[in-house]
Write a protein that binds this ligand. Structure first.
Ligand code: ARG
Length: 412
C-alpha cells in the first residue's frame, strides 16, 4: 500500500472529469481512484470508461452497474411518493446523486481514500447533493470539487487534455449541459438560458415530437404496493417497467417539461426535462392511489410529499427527517395494488380504467342506479352537525352587525 493520500473521483468518462484525474494529482499530490456508476444513462460501456480512467492516470478504476439498484431503491420511492418539485420535475438528477454517493463511499473504503471529488460547479444543486450525501454516510471523508475549488475551467480542460494527449475528444462542443439516467434527462444552459427561446428538436432524446404521434398506445400497468410489477400482463422488474414505459411513452412525446426552477443556491434556472416513463408511471400510480388510499391519508400524504420532495431536491436523501417521511410513505403503499389502463397519445398519458382488489371504491355506495346502499336520510343530520360551528359564528356576526356581505351583483 502506498503512503500517498487517495481521492475517489465521481467519473463520467467525459472531458472535465478525465482532466480532473491528472489535475487533482498535480494540485494535491494524491492518487486518484475513479468511480463510474451506470444508472441507465446509455452511452459508452463501463469497460471503455474504466480503461480511459486508467489511461488518464487513475491508480484504480471502480465501475458498477447500478441500474437495478437505482431503479428499485431510488426511482421506486420517488414513484411511490409521486414527488414533483415545483409541481413539475420528477427529481431525475436529485435521486441519482445519493445512489452515486453510496458507490463513492464504498470505493473510498475499498481503496483507502480520505477525500471524495466530483465534477460539479459551485452554482448548482448537485454539489450539495454529493457533499451532503457523502458526509451523511461517512462523516470522516472530505470533499473537493476541481471545477469549483481548483480553478478548472472548460478552456483549461481542453488545453490540458491536448497537452497531455489524453484519450478524450476535445473538439466536440456540446451546446448544453446534460444529465441523464433511466428515470429521465435534464438539459440546461446554452441558448436555453434565454427564457423566451423555445427548445429546438435537438434538445430532446428520450421523447419524439408529440405533434405527429403514432397511433394511440393502450397499456395496462399492474402495481403491487405502489411498485409496477407487470405491463400488459407480462411481469417486469422496476428497471424493466421504466425502460418499457420510456420506450412507449417516449414514442408519444410524453413527459416533456420546460420550467424555470428555484435552485437551492438561490438562482432561478431554465430547465428542460424529459421523463416519459417516469411521468407515465407516476400518472398511473396517482390514479391507483385515488382508488385505494383513505381520503385523510391521501390528504396528509400530499403535505408529507411536499416536504419529502424539497428534502430530496435539496440533497437531504440520507437525512433523519427524510427517513421518517419514508416510513410514512411506505405505510401508505400497502394497499396500492391493482391495474391501471392508460392511453398514451400525442404527449398525454390518460387513464381510462382501473381495477383493484384493495379498492375503497364501493359501487353500491356510489351508484345512482338500482342497488344503492347509501342511506341518504343520514345526510341531513350529518350536515346539521357538520355545519353547526359555522352556523353559531354566523348568528353571532349578525347580532353584532358584522354579517358576511352579500354579493353586489344585480339580481333580476
Ligand atoms: N436542475 C436539475 C436538478 O437540480 C438538473 C441538474 C442537472 N445537472 C447537470 N449537471 N446538468 O436536479
Amino acid at each position: 500500500m502506498s503512503h500517498k493520500e487517495r481521492v475517489v473521483l465521481a467519473y463520467s468518462g467525459g472531458l472535465d472529469t478525465s482532466v480532473a484525474i491528472g489535475w487533482i494529482g498535480e494540485q494535491t499530490g494524491a492518487e486518484v481512484v475513479t468511480v463510474c456508476v451506470d444508472l441507465g444513462q446509455g452511452g459508452e460501456d463501463l469497460e471503455t470508461i474504466r480503461q480511459r480512467a486508467l489511461d488518464c492516470g487513475a491508480v484504480e478504476a471502480y465501475v458498477a452497474d447500478a441500474r437495478d439498484e437505482f431503479a428499485s431503491e431510488y426511482c421506486m420511492p420517488e414513484l411511490q411518493a409521486g414527488g414533483l418539485y415545483m409541481d413539475s420535475y420528477p427529481l431525475i438528477s436529485a435521486i441519482s446523486r445519493p445512489c452515486i454517493v453510496k458507490h463513492l463511499v464504498t470505493a473510498a473504503r475499498q481503496f483507502g481514500a480520505t477525500t471524495v471529488a466530483h465534477g460539479c460547479t459551485g452554482k448548482g444543486n448537485d454539489q450539495v447533493r454529493f457533499e451532503n450525501g457523502i458526509t451523511s454516510l461517512a462523516p470522516d471523508l472530505k470533499c473537493i470539487s476541481p471545477v469549483r475549488d481548483l480553478a478548472m475551467t472548460r478552456e483549461f480542460s481542453i488545453n490540458y487534455a491536448n497537452e497531455h494527449n489524453l484519450p478524450i475528444e476535445t473538439t466536440h462542443h456540446n451546446p448544453f449541459s446534460i444529465d441523464q439516467n433511466v428515470w429521465g434527462r435534464a438539459i440546461e444552459t446554452g441558448f436555453l438560458e434565454d427564457l423566451w427561446n423555445a427548445p429546438t428538436k435537438d434538445v430532446y432524446n428520450y421523447t419524439d415530437d408529440p405533434t405527429y404521434p403514432p397511433l394511440p398506445d393502450e397499456v395496462v400497468i399492474s402495481y403491487k404496493e405502489g411498485i409496477p410489477v407487470a405491463i400488459d400482463g407480462r411481469p417486469v422488474t422496476p428497471l424493466e417497467a421504466i425502460q418499457e414505459m420510456n420506450r412507449r411513452a417516449g414514442a408519444q412525446g410524453i413527459g416533456r417539461i420546460d420550467i424555470v426552477e428555484d435552485r437551492l443556491v438561490g438562482i432561478k434556472s431554465r430547465e428542460i426535462y424529459e421523463a416519459p416513463g417516469a411521468m407515465a408511471l407516476i400518472t398511473a400510480h396517482k390514479e391507483l392511489e385515488n382508488v385505494t388510499l383513505d381520503r385523510d391519508q391521501a390528504r396528509f400524504k400530499r403535505t408529507i410529499v411536499d416536504q419529502w420532495t424539497n428534502l430530496v431536491y435539496e440533497g437531504q436523501w440520507f437525512s433523519p427527517l427524510k427517513r421518517s417521511l419514508d416510513a410514512f410513505i411506505q405505510d401508505t403503499q400497502q394497499y396500492v395494488s391493482g391495474d391501471i389502463r392508460m392511453v398514451l397519445h400525442g404527449g398525454n398519458a390518460v387513464v381510462n380504467g382501473r381495477r383493484s382488489e384493495t379498492s375503497l371504491y364501493d359501487f353500491n355506495l356510489a351508484t345512482y342506479d338500482e342497488g344503492d346502499s347509501f342511506d341518504q336520510s343520514n345526510a341531513k343530520g350529518f350536515i346539521e352537525i357538520f355545519g353547526l360551528t359555522s352556523k353559531l359564528a354566523a348568528a353571532r356576526d349578525v347580532k353584532f352587525g358584522r354579517g358576511v356581505a352579500m354579493g353586489n351583483s344585480k339580481v333580476y
